[in-house]
Design a protein around this ligand. Structure first.
Ligand SMILES: Cc1ncc(COP(=O)(O)O)c(C=O)c1O
Length: 416
């Protein structure tokens, strides 16, 4: 039989796109450079120093004094799964308020962890008044409330006032998914009384998907350590396992991860070296700019983009009072083929904007202005490209109206 000729492809040379969807967004070149740094062994003192530095940086990013702040290797849902599988014992009551696709994801993961689940829902494009969540906590008395902060599927940000305090009053833990908001909007873990929280790199942190920064407090550490079962091949002599049922995942076992990130440095997985470098750089860049400056930049670019969209005769999607500062939903006008517009933007402008799913499929575009991409220039470029492509689709707007309105907003926001 003839040996097939080897299939060898060309060297990678991806097109240079401006990624302005709901994530991943264009990575900061400094993060890409960090990814290319030489590998180190995971117990090399230089590497463990970087691990410790990451913990210090993440605490500042999350505005917390928590001892535990580290990375879970995997995309943002790896952080979600690690927290939920480590906290939920089958049969535990869990409450998930759902205002978009990612609330459904939390419910789905909690269900797989064996939770006795209660969900409450509100229409997509709106958020819950906090009192409604608090009333549900009082009624269902859950062990855990799992809540999305900013749901990119609907572009809405849930107000957090009073929810953490209500959880404390009723002896519940609060977990928050801040995947899409960390670094782009205020995420104040200690002030909000959040017990555990997670995120990803690929949104306002301007990194690649593949690492999930998390933090949790001592209440959670105590709970999880009560379920600690260390792998036999690495358990120190005389190790006594916790009384609670073993965590159902090895990879996502927060008790073993604490021993890996803590002074014990007990071997668990092989830390994703390059992703740790990337995460360190992502956090460093945001903190160097300053959290408040970074949030203000996201807010300003978003306001300019919205002004431009509306000046073009397009409608903003959802409750404007609770719109995330880093992603904008735009209603696809009647008679316009939303996917054709996205394809033309990609082909002719190397610009990616987002589609949507579930009940919003084919109804809105989602434009991300996150992290490295949240600039006035990018917002103007996007508005001009959209104007051009829409004109070709027969949706004419006054030439330059979008970018003029955005510029006016930007000018008004600059110091005199
Ligand atoms: C709010 C939210 N949660 C979770 C996720 C899941 O993240 P990943 O795809 O990185 O696992 C996303 C991704 O878009 C998100 O926006």
């Amino acid at each position: 039989m003839k040996t097939p000729a080897p299939e060898i492809f060309d060297e990678l040379d991806p097109p240079r796109r401006l990624l302005m969807g709901p994530g991943p967004v264009t990575a900061d070149p400094r993060v890409l450079r960090a990814l290319a740094m030489p590998l180190l062994g995971q117990f090399d003192p230089a590497f463990t120093r970087y691990m410790n530095e990451v913990m210090v940086l993440l605490r500042q990013l999350y505005q917390t004094q928590n001892r535990w702040a580290f990375l879970v290797d995997g995309t943002a849902r790896a952080g979600i799964e690690a927290i939920l599988v480590s906290m939920i014992v089958p049969g535990d009551r869990v409450l998930v308020p759902i205002f978009g696709r990612f609330g459904h994801l939390l419910a789905e993961i909690a269900r797989r962890c064996g939770a006795e689940l209660t969900t409450i829902e509100t229409a997509w494009g709106t958020v819950f008044p906090p009192e409604r969540i608090i009333a549900a906590i009082e009624k269902t008395r859950p062990k855990l409330v799992a809540l999305v902060h900013g749901d990119t599927s609907t572009t809405m940000a849930q107000p957090m006032d009073g929810i953490g305090a209500a959880c404390r009053r009723h002896d519940a833990y609060l977990y928050v998914d801040a995947t899409a908001t960390l670094g782009g909007m205020e995420v104040a873990v200690d002030r909000w009384q959040v017990d555990a929280i997670s995120a990803g790199l690929q949104k306002c942190l301007s990194g690649p998907p593949g690492s999930s920064p998390i933090t949790f407090n001592d209440r959670v550490a105590l709970l999880v350590n009560g379920r600690k079962h260390v792998e036999q091949g690495i358990a120190p002599q005389g190790f006594v396992p916790g009384n609670g049922p073993a965590i159902r995942s090895n990879y996502f076992d927060l008790a073993m991860l604490m021993d890996y990130w803590g002074p014990e440095r007990l071997n668990h997985h092989t830390e994703a070296t390059s992703m740790l470098y990337a995460a360190r750089e992502c956090a460093r860049i945001v903190l160097k700019e300053g959290l408040d400056a970074c949030f203000a930049r996201h807010r300003m670019v978003s306001e300019g983009l919205v002004a431009g969209i509306e000046a073009m005769g397009l409608a903003l999607y959802g409750d404007r009072g609770h719109k995330m500062a880093n992603v904008t939903g735009v209603v696809i006008p009647e008679g316009v083929d939303g996917e054709a517009v996205r394809s033309a933007l990609l082909a002719d402008f190397d610009l990616e904007i987002g589609t949507s799913f579930g009940p919003l499929r084919g109804r809105i575009w989602r434009i991300g202005t996150m992290g490295y991409n949240a600039t006035e220039k990018n917002a103007l470029f996007c508005l001009n490209a959209l104007e051009e492509v829409l004109r070709r689709q027969g949706f004419a707007t006054a030439p330059g109206a979008g970018s003029a309105a955005a510029e006016a907003r930007f000018r008004a926001g600059r110091p005199a």
